[in-house]
Design a protein around this ligand. Structure first.
Ligand code: NAD
Length: 469
């Protein structure tokens, strides 16, 4: 039993209450949805410094970075959703084919019911509340499960959510793997899980027992190709920013660079300068540089660096496990069978893999699972076209890492082992809704009788006219 003392009774009762609320119809009107979104905005506005302090406690992240990547991000999602919701909820009336006439077709978005949102620790506020925006906008009851790995944020949110949101329709349960296991025994109408691939399989297996659909927001190794002729100073600055923000604990952080030797030879000096510009000479003393979430993850990352020859380290390499500190680190000449290239790094270590040409880079990218993002810094149109045509990834960023997730107009999600389903903006609303087709046909004139058995001349004629044989 983990420290949160959840038992099956509490979990079942919580889900039953949420289902009763949903069945009562309370969550469906647009007024309720908007009111909840406004309350969520109020929660963030009135408690932004508490939330940012909690994130600092768990991740050592600066308040301004938390504001940018977590609290303000969610506020932006809410503002966009409040502005667009009425429009998104509108039904459409597609014209029905002649074969069905006279008839009226209609498409309506209906809420799914009781949905479960399971969040990880790396952006512990944003990754719990951003999906919540979509779930509320779509008119669902919601059970929230924050990550126990970021315990301060989990506790703060567990206190705040009931104070601001409709307690009958939005509930939050804290707990670790055991608690999540109990929660997953219940039947939900949708499960939205963000986290690692291993737990995603547990979530999927539990969901399959109830045939519950799932959205899986996972991770993976997001590659970066650097081609000939690009400005390496600016390239290194952008990659360093995308990699070392949140100390590399970002699902879409550049995971590794593949490039040719002449470019790799120059990257050391550019990365050293970019990192110095971002975090000064000693990032350990810089409040803007985040910590690793816990000692376990720090040791995991240390293990990846342990096998590296110190001469391969272009910049960084300092580790203080008890401080959960790993300096922004760039490693060159990394071989494909090293630990750094076997799994998602999810920390501030950036390997460079040297290849002879673009084709070899493509082979490496294709030899791995479909990544959450793929980045390319290149001026070469042919390379861009090949990446677009021959690779598959959750998203592609040309000359820009990470930032695609900040637009509510772009769906955010993975493909294959990096996840399935997506969200942000209207895509969140769609994820948490069912698009229901409605067909209405008058009983008279009774055109249906032409196709009823026994099949005679009219059935044959109708088939020929409308189906073509
Ligand atoms: P985590 O350890 O916090 O786990 C996520 C959730 O799974 C938690 O709520 C936890 O309680 C639950 N959980 C853990 N073990 C479980 C078990 N055995 N059974 C049931 N539930 C369990 O977070 P994490 O998985 O370490 O998160 C990091 C991973 O998430 C990385 O792979 C990263 O790329 C990915 N990620 C993806 C996105 C995205 O949007 N695609 C965003 C952030 C992180």
């Amino acid at each position: 039993m983990d420290q949160f003392q959840l038992d099956k009774g509490i979990v079942s009762q919580t889900v039953s209450q949420l289902r009763a609320t949903f069945n009562s119809g309370k969550t469906k009107p647009i007024e309720w949805r908007k009111e909840q979104l406004k309350q969520l905005k109020k929660l963030i506005e009135e408690n932004s410094s508490t939330l940012e302090q909690a994130i600092k406690e768990d991740l050592g992240k600066s308040e301004i970075e938390s504001r940018m990547t977590e609290t303000s991000f969610v506020k932006g999602e809410i503002a966009h959703t409040l502005k667009k919701l009425k429009n998104w909820m509108k039904s459409t009336k597609p014209v029905m084919p002649l074969m069905l006439q006279p008839a009226a077709g209609k498409l309506v978005y209906e809420p799914l019911g009781v949905v479960l949102i399971i969040a990880p620790w790396n952006y512990p506020v944003m990754l719990l509340l951003s999906p919540l925006v979509g779930a509320l906008a779509a008119g669902n009851s919601v059970l929230l499960k924050p990550s126990e790995v970021s315990p301060t944020v989990s506790k703060v949110l567990a206190e705040l959510i009931p104070q601001y949101l409709d307690h009958d329709a939005v509930k939050i349960l804290e707990g670790g793997a055991e608690a999540t296991g109990l929660i997953l025994e219940e039947r939900f109408d949708h499960i939205f899980y963000t986290g690692n691939e291993h737990v995603a399989r547990i979530v999927s297996a539990a969901a399959a027992k109830h045939l519950t659909p799932v959205t899986l927001e996972l991770g993976g190794k997001s590659p970066v190709w650097i081609g000939e002729g690009v400005n390496l100073k600016h390239t290194a600055e952008r990659i360093a920013w995308g990699k070392f923000i949140n100390a590399g604990q970002t699902c879409v952080a550049p995971d590794y660079i593949v490039t040719t030797p002449d470019i790799a030879d120059q990257l050391g000096k550019y990365f050293s300068k970019s990192i110095k510009k971002l975090y000064g000479k000693n990032p350990e003393n810089n409040v803007d540089y985040c910590r690793i979430i816990n000692e376990k993850h720090t040791n995991r990352l240390k293990g990846m660096l342990d096998e590296i020859n110190p001469e391969q380290i272009l910049t960084g390499g300092e580790i203080k496990v008890s401080e959960k500190y790993i300096a922004p680190t760039v490693v060159d000449h990394v071989s494909l069978d090293s630990e750094l290239m076997k799994s998602e790094i999810f920390g501030p270590i950036l390997p460079i893999v040297r290849v002879n040409n673009f084709e070899e880079a493509l082979d490496i990218i294709l030899s791995k699972e479909k990544p959450l993002s793929l980045y390319a810094f290149t001026k070469n149109k042919e390379e861009k076209n090949r990446l677009l045509r021959d690779t598959s990834s959750g998203a592609i960023g040309f000359n820009i890492p990470v930032s695609h997730l900040s637009s509510p107009k772009l769906p955010f999600g993975g493909v294959g082992v990096s996840g399935h389903g997506n969200y942000h903006g209207k895509y969140s609303f769609i994820t948490f809704s069912h698009l229901k087709p409605i067909l209405s046909k008058p009983l008279w004139p009774d055109t249906m009788r032409f196709i009823y058995a026994p099949y005679g001349y009219m059935a044959k004629l109708v088939t020929k006219l409308f189906i073509g044989r």
